[in-house]
Design a protein around this ligand. Structure first.
Ligand SMILES: CC(C)(COP(=O)(O)OP(=O)(O)OC[C@H]1O[C@@H](n2cnc3c(N)ncnc32)[C@H](O)[C@@H]1OP(=O)(O)O)[C@@H](O)C(=O)NCCC(=O)NCCS
Length: 220
């Protein structure tokens, strides 16, 4: 039996989800196009990760110095590990859940590191920032420059509201790079990571869009 009270209401609801779905799919397509684009900074080019980058990623990330303070990079880091690392991130990008960018120098077109937004959560407009540089590229301020561009992408283009990052307590370079962009320490996660068989405390830092000042490095 047809319920006259629910009939028209049900019909009226039909176009709304369709419209929403169209809006979401257009937004996803727009975001995918945007994250597929290269980003140039003063000294660097951030280029979307591809399968062709596996060998470069492995060569740089297999160094013990890089793995030492990375929670997400095992050691040793085989070619197969590198391929898995890349494929996981390409999958996240396809699903609109990540943005993974290789960092290249503009002058020599040399690969020098990696920066990513991962676990993008559209409902809450947040994502996790993760990053590392090849050892030869340390100490030049490259990561700060790359993160500046990723924050612009996050807040201006992707419409995110909160970016958070984790680093080991014994990683002052990460702490300073993040603090320089206005990230604030939100807490210490006790023994959150196990590295070289030892449990380590991990700092959680975050930056809100309202605290972000584009291009304006904050001295702390
Ligand atoms: C963390 C990392 C990305 C930093 O990148 P970078 O561009 O080389 O950073 P810099 O050497 O320019 O240092 C950044 C800041 O930290 C400071 N710093 C570096 N090492 C330091 C140390 N041992 N003690 C105190 N401060 C230190 C620098 O003086 C600089 O300060 P400034 O911003 O006031 O100039 C890089 O060291 C790296 O890839 N490390 C291995 C992987 C890793 O730890 N990734 C991050 C995981 S969260």
């Amino acid at each position: 039996m047809r319920n006259s009270a629910t009939g028209p209401a049900t019909r009226a609801l039909v176009p709304v989800p369709r419209l929403l779905m169209l809006k979401w799919s257009l937004r996803l397509r727009w975001e995918r196009d945007m994250v597929a684009a290269e980003i140039a900074t003063e000294r660097l080019i951030l280029r979307p990760l591809s399968l062709r980058d596996c060998a470069l990623i492995q060569a740089a990330a297999r160094r013990r110095e890089v793995a030492d303070t990375m929670i997400s990079i095992p050691h040793p880091f085989s070619a197969r590990d590198a391929e898995r690392y890349v494929r996981t991130r390409l999958g996240q990008m396809r699903r609109g859940r990540g943005v993974a960018l290789c960092i290249w120098t503009r002058s020599e077109r040399a690969f020098c590191g990696f920066v990513e937004l991962r676990a993008i959560d559209h409902e809450h407009a947040l994502a996790e920032l993760s990053f590392w540089l090849a050892v030869d590229a340390w100490g030049l301020g490259y990561m700060s420059e790359a993160i500046g561009a990723v924050l612009r992408l996050s807040f201006q283009d992707l419409g995110l509201n909160r970016i958070h990052a984790y680093h080991m307590v014994r990683n002052p370079a990460s702490r300073r790079v993040l603090a320089g962009h206005g990230f604030r320490v939100e807490g210490v996660l006790r023994e959150r990571a196990r590295k070289w068989g030892v449990f380590e405390d991990v700092v959680l830092q975050a930056l809100l869009r309202t605290d972000w000042r584009d291009g304006d490095r904050i001295e702390r």
